[in-house]
Design a protein around this ligand. Structure first.
Ligand SMILES: [Mg+2]
Length: 203
């Protein structure tokens, strides 16, 4: 199968690193558990300009270079890459394309068939929806922690595994579409992909 994989909070602990950068700068103690939104400004406050500048500074910092992989991701991606074609589809901006490729190469060498940045995070340049890229890459499944991207892909007929590793920002009281499945760990993601493959004759 062809499977789309998000980076941040699915493979990479970006938020944890960003909060370390942010808390150090502002002498605050905001925890990941308090992030009810993945729009950092909604939770942390400040002006749009400040937030954009903070992101740029963060991208240049050691905090960003040293982002840790998400628990269970290394082993599971390695396993999945042996059977399936894995494509990175991230909302990250084009300005960090090189750093993104380097981080993936360091932690997931040769696991990904393509790396696609949809540029939805920061300022300038052309943006794409994840569903557009997903359609182009012919993915059957998308793994993402964002409710917004999950709904976008699901509306285009892509089966979505919504990574919810106790993530406050992707909770909702609304009923999710049938083709979005909330998953709690990387082990569950692998199991879901196996059973999806069997159901659709693509074991
Ligand atoms: Mg993400």
């Amino acid at each position: 199968m062809i499977i789309g994989v998000d980076i941040d909070e699915v493979l990479a602990e970006l938020l944890e690193a960003y909060l370390r950068y942010y808390n150090q700068k502002y002498n605050t103690k905001t925890q990941k558990e308090e992030m009810f939104s993945y729009s950092f400004r909604e939770v942390l406050g400040g002006t749009e300009e400040e937030n954009q500048q903070n992101l740029l500074d963060f991208f240049k910092s050691e905090y960003f270079q040293n982002i840790k992989p998400v628990k269970g991701a290394l082993k599971s991606i390695n396993l999945l890459a042996q059977k399936h074609r894995l494509c990175i589809i991230t909302a990250r901006p084009h300005i960090i394309q090189k750093e993104t490729e380097q981080w993936l190469l360091k932690h997931f060498p040769d696991d990904f068939h393509s790396i696609n940045l949809t540029n939805q995070w920061h300022g300038k340049g052309e943006k794409q929806l994840k569903s557009e890229v997903g359609k182009k890459q012919n993915i059957q499944i998308m793994i993402d922690d964002s409710l917004q991207h999950a709904l976008d892909c699901a509306a285009q007929g892509i089966y979505v595994l919504l990574a919810d590793f106790s993530y406050p920002w992707n909770q909702t009281s609304e009923k999710l579409p049938e083709n979005i499945k909330r998953v709690r760990s990387w082990e569950e993601i692998v199991a879901e992909i196996n059973s999806y493959g069997k159901k659709h004759g693509r074991g």
